[in-house]
Design a protein around this ligand. Structure first.
Ligand SMILES: [Zn+2]
Length: 332
């Protein structure tokens, strides 16, 4: 795995430079938490940092060389001092057994005589027992060990974990930076790219996934359906029935983005600043219907988003249908 400047996303570069400078000053912490929104490729930064510290002959820019014995072992997934702890394929969480095994490893000296790298990704996937099992190691991970915890801002973490790590917050790039990066990778017109970027809350990798999947088409037909349902021309149950299981969470986000746009428009925000640049007339119509019913819809949207993010024991189809009925009520 040759990791060069070309593969480090531009919005991660300044954080990479920060780590390099800490390394040069011999001030690298024991535990580093890289925290930011999903869709920024933060796991890539973790891997670049980890491999560069193991490499025998890093490049002038500090990246791993890709061909020394350590780099080859990392690429083969067999480096004895490189530990990637992540959710097993058939599991939902990082287990306490995974962490206990890691704690045991950290009690020994690094095998190759250099650094030991532990990447935990995403660290919010540790259950409480796993997080507790890690605490002591986070404080004293042993010589030459760096724990890198990759954390998404959408999940909360126990304060006990957070307080034991040096935090590096990674922000989404500016809209112009994000647009430039996407334009180089995608053939769509600029308006569609902008739409995808804004729907992804400016996380470029998430926007790229949107642009290269069927999701934008699903959204288009869902919002067109919402507009027809608002006019009484479409049964909301039928509209929701067309959604696939994985689309419910997205459709709730799409509804929420329409609500945000309508609120912005009613506060005289310029048309160009709206997220849904392809549904202006619907947003205009919604903005003209600001009432108690609109507020109730937004309250239910917020609750639905919270439930979708935190609870597995819910019926997303029922939640989406309920939101659609409240949506129709706004226009009655
Ligand atoms: Zn190397």
């Amino acid at each position: 795995m040759l990791i060069s400047n070309n593969t480090l996303h531009p919005w991660l570069e300044k954080h990479w430079q920060q780590v390099l400078s800490l390394k040069e000053q011999a001030r690298l912490p024991h535990a580093l938490m890289l925290r930011g929104a999903d869709g920024l490729g933060i796991e890539q930064l973790a891997s670049v940092i980890g491999t560069s510290l193991l490499c025998k002959e890093p490049t002038i820019e500090g990246f791993s060389c890709g061909h020394c014995s350590d780099c080859l072992l990392v690429a083969a997934g067999t480096h004895p001092d490189y530990h990637l702890i992540t959710v097993a394929e058939d599991k939902k969480l990082i287990s306490v057994d995974q962490i206990r095994a890691l704690v045991k490893v950290c009690m020994e000296r690094p095998h190759q005589g250099g650094y030991r790298i532990v990447i935990i990704e995403p660290c919010s996937s540790m259950n409480i027992s796993a997080a507790n099992a890690l605490l002591k190691t986070l404080e004293e991970p042993g010589d030459n060990t760096l724990l890198i915890l990759v954390s998404s801002t959408t999940n909360s973490l126990p304060a006990t974990i957070r307080s034991r790590c040096q935090l590096m917050s990674i922000n989404v790039p500016t809209e112009t930076e994000g647009m430039n990066w996407l334009i180089k990778r995608h053939l769509d017109d600029k308006l569609t790219i902008l739409l995808a970027l804004r729907l992804s809350k400016h996380a470029p990798l998430e926007a790229l996934t949107l642009l290269t999947s069927e999701q934008l088409h699903v959204r288009q037909s869902f919002i067109t359906g919402m507009a027809r349902a608002a006019e009484g021309h479409l049964d909301p149950i039928k509209l929701v029935a067309k959604l696939k299981k994985d689309d419910f969470a997205s459709s709730i986000e799409w509804m929420y983005s329409l609500a945000l746009d309508a609120q912005k428009l009613s506060h005289k925000v310029a048309k160009e600043k709206l997220i849904n640049n392809d549904h202006f007339s619907l947003i205009q119509k919604l903005a003209s219907k600001m009432s108690n019913r609109f507020d109730v819809w937004v309250e239910h949207l917020l609750e639905a988003r919270r439930l979708m993010a935190t609870t597995s024991n819910i019926n997303p189809q029922l939640i989406t249908e309920n939101l659609m009925f409240r949506w129709i009520a706004i226009f009655k």
